[in-house]
Structure formats: structure tokens, C-alpha cells
Design a protein around this ligand. Structure first.
Ligand code: ADP
Ligand code: MG
Length: 396
């Protein structure tokens, strides 16, 4: 078993004379047996990174190492890596058995019997034994996905690479396959790099997640670290549904001041007028974290905004409910600072609490829950406190 290292890896495509930097100086150490998820919006360089690891794309700068060995110049077939694509890439004229045997026949000197035993064993593990004589055209999407996985597993590789392998499945099957894939990877203990644009998949599957944006690595962390302690505003906004609320604020002494609304008739001037302000006082400790930044982005997650009965502190704000989106277990409540305001922010509350549009509400934004980002660079200046994190002790 082997770990995998990306060391300052860069990929520049020559696109009709213009250079496209698809992957920009990315460094990640992936541990032996780890399940690492590469996640980010479309076009951020996920597939290119995976293809470089597989050897399907050359590396412009930097090194890719499997264990201690630099593999930049090694052809794909010598890398001991198996890749699973979104499109499955099964041979349509071959049976399932043929598809699963093919890679082994090509790349190993196993005997026919050995190959047959491997295929039978893997098919059993994936619950596709009764499909071995069918062709891909006679299978459902979920079954094809399993065959594509099986073809990767029989090869017993050092590393699995998966590029959005569940995207073509419907939501329910996708959720089932997520769990199944994780269990499988854990049993096999094979180092895995899994690409997805779906933040839920990243959060639920990764031992760690690597978040990419515009070819640049934003953060590598466990899902919960990235969620609660984002390195920058991009990560904060990318993870979580509904997204974190952001407010652009000026720093004035120990108060953060932003515009609370955008009224139909702007009163002129660049500074918010009295009464149109969203004023958020901060403690000395928070003030210190802000340093000499003159403008910050205040972030707060929807689940950290509380709806309370009476305003009794500087972090309680009078609002009006604009829209309520019930999801069943929760209500996403969109709030505005006044009924004329178009600017809303969202609070997530229990689905058992009923709230109606037009109703006044008091929103509490606890200081322990806020994130602050430098308005220019987006770097996190302060993340939420995790003091109230609860451990669930197993009973003995
Ligand atoms: P993702 O998988 O995250 O959606 P990709 O790795 O496919 O992103 O692409 C990253 C960037 O590189 C995009 O801007 C894409 O247009 C560009 N790109 C990918 N492949 C090529 C190529 N062969 N030639 C030129 N540009 C490419
Ligand atoms: Mg892609």
C-alpha cells in the first residue's frame, strides 16, 4: 500500500496560443489508505489533477510521487492505479465478465483460472454475480456503476481515482452507493482520490477534503474542520446548504457597520444613513483578531442564527420574515431588516416551529458563532468558537 504526493503540481494548457492555467501550484499529501475528496465548482481543475495522477495528462511543473517514486514520466499502465469515470467507459460489445477480465488480461500475467477467480470474487463482493454474462446495454445505471467499480477493484491497484462516479445516478441510488463505496474502500484500504463538485458528497465521504477554486488549492482539512474553520471566504461559502450568510462591514472602532437594506429610493451618499445601518458591536478579543483591516466580511451560518422572543442584547436584531422554505425537518427562514428591504439573510430552524411570511421576528447572531474575513483577501481573520462542541460519549 502506498501514499500519494502532489508536490507543487501545475498544469498549463496551450489553448490556441493562449495559456490556460488549469492547476496552479497544488500541494497535497495523501496518506496510505486515505479517502481524499477533491471538490470545487465546475472548471476548477479537478479532472485535470486526477488525469495527471493517472498519467493521462502531462505535468507542466511539480512532482507526483507514488510512495517515494516520482511517476511524472511513467506511462499510465505502469502506475498501478485504477480509474473510475462518470461515464463508466465500459466496452459495450463485451459482457460484464469480459469487461472485468480485460484489464487483467492486458496488464498482468495471471493465469486464466486466477483471473476467473478474481472476477468471481469481486462480482460477489459487489452483488453482481448474476449479471456476469450480460452486456452493459442490458444493465441499469446503478449496475453499470458497480461493474465499472468491479473492473477497478479486480486489478488490486495501489490507488483508486474516481471522477464524479455517481453523478449519473438518481438521488436515492447515489446516497446508497456513497455508503457502499465508503464501506468498500475501508475494507480494501486502498488510497483513493475522489472527485466531485457536490459539497454534500465531499462532506459525507472524505477522510479529508481538498477544496479547489480556479486551479488553486483553497484548503485541505477534515470535512468538519473545513466547515467550522474555513481558511477563507470561498471555502466558507462553498460548504453548507443554504450557504453561510455574508455581510460587508466597515470597521469603526469596536463596531462593525454595514448597510441593512437597499431601499427603493437610495438616499444618496456612500455611507449608510442612521437607521439604515446594521451595527454589530464586537468584543475586545474579536477586535484584536481584526487587526488593522478596515473592512471585513461578517459570516454566519444559517443554523447559528436564532429566532428569539425578545431582544435583550446588542446581537439581537429586529427583522421581518420574507419567505419560509420548509424542507420537512427544518425551515429555512429568509429574514429582512425591514419590510421594504430587499436584502435578506437566512436562519435555519426546526421544522416543528411554525413561522409565517410577513411576521416580525428577532434574529440573534451570537458573537461566538460569527466568522470574519478580510474584505480584500478573503482570508479568515476569525472563525466561530467551538467551545460548545459536544462529545457524545459511548456508554460502557
Ligand atoms: P473540473 O474537472 O474541475 O470541472 P477541468 O480539470 O476539467 O475542471 O478543467 C480545468 C480548466 O482547464 C478549465 O478551464 C478547462 O476549460 C481547462 N481545460 C481542461 N482540459 C483542457 C484542454 N485539453 N485544453 C485546454 N484547456 C483545458
Ligand atoms: Mg471534471
Amino acid at each position: 500500500m502506498t501514499g500519494l504526493t502532489l508536490d507543487r503540481v501545475t498544469k498549463v494548457f496551450d489553448d490556441d496560443g493562449g495559456d490556460v492555467v488549469a492547476v496552479d501550484d497544488v500541494t497535497i499529501d495523501i496518506e496510505d489508505g486515505e479517502f481524499l475528496v477533491l471538490v470545487g465548482p465546475s472548471g476548477c481543475g479537478k479532472s485535470t489533477t486526477l488525469r495527471m495522477i493517472a498519467g493521462l495528462e502531462s505535468v507542466t511543473r511539480g512532482e507526483i510521487r507514488l510512495g517515494d517514486e516520482v511517476v511524472n514520466r511513467k506511462p499510465p499502465k505502469d502506475r498501478d492505479i485504477a480509474m473510475v469515470f462518470q461515464s463508466y467507459a465500459l466496452y459495450p460489445h463485451m459482457t460484464v465478465r469480459g469487461n472485468m477480465r480485460f484489464g487483467l488480461e492486458e496488464s498482468t500475467d495471471m493465469s486464466d483460472d486466477e483471473i476467473e477467480r478474481k472476477v468471481t470474487e469481486t462480482a460477489e463482493m459487489l452483488g453482481i454475480s448474476d449479471l456476469l454474462d450480460r452486456k452493459p446495454g442490458e444493465l441499469s445505471g446503478g449496475q453499470r456503476q458497480r461493474v465499472a467499480l468491479g473492473r477497478a477493484i479486480v486489478r488490486d491497484p495501489e490507488v483508486f481515482l474516481m471522477d464524479e462516479p455517481l453523478s449519473n445516478l438518481d438521488a436515492k441510488l447515489r446516497a446508497e452507493m456513497r455508503t457502499e463505496l465508503l464501506r468498500l474502500q475501508e475494507d480494501l484500504g486502498v488510497t483513493t482520490v475522489y472527485v466531485t463538485h457536490d459539497q454534500t458528497e465531499a462532506m459525507t465521504m472524505g477522510d479529508r477534503i481538498a477544496i479547489l477554486n480556479g486551479g488553486k488549492l483553497m484548503q485541505v482539512a477534515t470535512p468538519l474542520e473545513a466547515y467550522h474553520r474555513p481558511a477563507n471566504r470561498f471555502v466558507a461559502g462553498f460548504l453548507g446548504e443554504p450557504s453561510m450568510n455574508f455581510f460587508e462591514m466597515e470597521v469603526r472602532g469596536d463596531r462593525l457597520v454595514g448597510a441593512s437594506e437597499r431601499t427603493a429610493e437610495p438616499s444618496g451618499g456612500s455611507s449608510p444613513e442612521d437607521g439604515d445601518e446594521f451595527v454589530y458591536p464586537v468584543s475586545a478579543e474579536t477586535r484584536e483578531a481584526i487587526g488593522d483591516a478596515s473592512a471585513v466580511t461578517l459570516g454566519v451560518r444559517p443554523e447559528d442564527v436564532e429566532l428569539v422572543r425578545t431582544a435583550d442584547g446588542p446581537h439581537d436584531f429586529e427583522t421581518v420574515v420574507d419567505v419560509v422554505e420548509p424542507t420537512g425537518n427544518e425551515n429555512n427562514v429568509y429574514l429582512a431588516f425591514s419590510s421594504e428591504s430587499e436584502r435578506t439573510f437566512v436562519a435555519t430552524i426546526s421544522g416543528m416551529r411554525s413561522v409565517e411570511a410577513g411576521q416580525p421576528a428577532i434574529a440573534r447572531i451570537p458573537e461566538s458563532a460569527i466568522h470574519l474575513f478580510d474584505a480584500d483577501t478573503g482570508e479568515a481573520l476569525r472563525n466561530r468558537s467551538l467551545d460548545d462542541l459536544e462529545e457524545t460519549e459511548p456508554r460502557v
